[in-house]
Design a binder for this molecule. Structure first.
Ligand code: A2P
Length: 272
């Protein structure tokens, strides 16, 4: 058999197969939360706030991939992810053990609704998150477009315990110190963090309760939610999304999408 004939018999590489990327750094926050950064292929383009399927190479069989919000902004040369650790989760039980130099699979096509394009113009942008739902907002608060489109950006993060808020604080500080968006973030970004199961934390309560009882607006000394001026994104557990969405709809907000931009958009924080 000639060399050419041999090459013709070889299976063609699948152009849609995930690419294998290298882990650059890993940081653990609690026994349930960690972040990691990987190499970004030149061909990988996304809009801040989108998610992509991530997995680990396997010796045999199909790799397990899970949806992860990209937590770094669209301009960053690396990709950052913020992940939960589920002890018997099919992916995160293994993913939590990655170290710099290891390989991670990255799907080629990012997608998602937590993007600026899915909202109509407004003055204030609310980013409501719980737990790892902060991840897409970690991307958006480091994107200059967010500050170009809104006068004020308010990101809320609610977790059970104080230690779980650390990634949010770190990312907000990074945005404010960033050479590209630092000036805008310092002037326009507001961070509200609350705990639900920590007696000593000054800001307590679920975001839904704080919207309903006005505690959120009192703490920030700002006007309550108003569809005339405000736009919103929601990312957390299914229950948190449903409850926050109902509060927004009761106040006259309409849900938008990529195809039909409107007042607010939702996406569940993925785990497993
Ligand atoms: P709580 O401690 O009162 O359950 P989880 O880890 O269960 O996803 O929760 C993360 C955070 O989201 C917790 O602070 C939790 O509060 C809060 N939370 C859970 N369910 C809801 C909901 N339906 N609406 C608003 N916040 C919620």
């Amino acid at each position: 058999m000639s060399e050419t004939a041999g090459a013709a018999n070889k299976p063609k590489p699948n152009p849609n197969a995930p690419t294998e990327e290298t882990v650059l750094s890993v940081k653990h926050y609690t026994d349930k939360l960690f972040k990691f950064r990987i190499t970004r292929p030149m061909s990988f383009r996304f809009r801040s706030g989108e998610f992509v399927m991530i997995g680990l190479p396997t010796q045999a069989g199909k790799p397990i991939l899970r949806a992860y919000s990209v937590a770094s902004p669209a301009w960053d040369e690396e990709l950052e992810f913020f992940s939960i650790k589920v002890p018997d989760g099919p992916l995160t039980s293994r993913l939590q053990k990655i170290e710099p130099g290891d390989s991670v699979l990255l799907a080629r096509k990012p997608t998602g609704t937590l993007v600026l394009d899915a909202l109509t113009p407004g003055r204030r942008l609310w980013l409501f998150s719980t737990g790892t739902g902060f991840a897409p907002f970690a991307s958006l608060i480091r994107d200059p477009d967010t500050y170009a489109k809104y006068d004020q950006v308010i990101v809320t993060h609610t977790c059970r315990e104080e230690a779980e808020l650390a990634y949010g604080f770190e990312t907000v500080a990074a945005a404010r110190a960033d050479p590209l968006v630092g000036e805008e973030a310092s002037a326009q970004l507001v961070h509200f963090a609350s705990c639900t199961r920590e007696d000593d934390y000054p800001l307590k309560g679920r975001i839904t309760d704080l919207i309903e009882n006005g505690g959120l607006f009192a703490a920030l000394d700002c006007p309550a939610l108003n569809p005339e001026t405000d736009r919103a994104m929601i990312c957390g557990s299914m229950a948190m999304i449903e409850d926050t969405k109902a509060l927004l709809e009761a106040r006259g907000f309409e849900e938008g999408s990529n195809a039909a931009p409107s007042d607010f958009v939702i996406e569940k924080a993925f785990a497993g």
